[in-house]
Design a protein around this ligand. Sequence first.
Ligand SMILES: [Zn+2]
Length: 146
Amino acid sequence: MTEPLLIPCPHCNGLNRIPAERVGDHPKCGRCKNEVLLAKPFDLRQTDYASQIKGDLPLLLDVWAEWCGPCKAFAPVFEQAASQLLGTCRLAKLDSEANQQLATQLGIRSIPSLILFKNGKEIARQSGAFPLQQLKAWLQSHGVRA
Ligand SMILES: [Zn+2]
């Protein structure tokens, strides 16, 4: 038996313990009963931040804004990445206009910006959009199984 993975729920921020061999089985949240791992990006709000960066699965955050053309062009790539990385990396989007305080706290100077977190800490950051293969290569270079 391997150690269970600690994974925050994207719906209620509850921290779940999920056996590593069960991450592919659509595990449900112990608190709100929704699925913990999603095949698409979820929207991160300021109030979710501290809970969502925790856990054993990395969180990749896409910081975007409605008026940003490159952000919109990148959105389908990010969605595709979310489905391909199901169970290895969690993907979330931060609307920098709706969450200006957090965007400032994160020191966002240009968008789109990608920030990778693991176990509550930022481990990598990159600004600008990537094609999918390059995004996966970047994640791999930071230890994500992509
Ligand atoms: Zn939940």
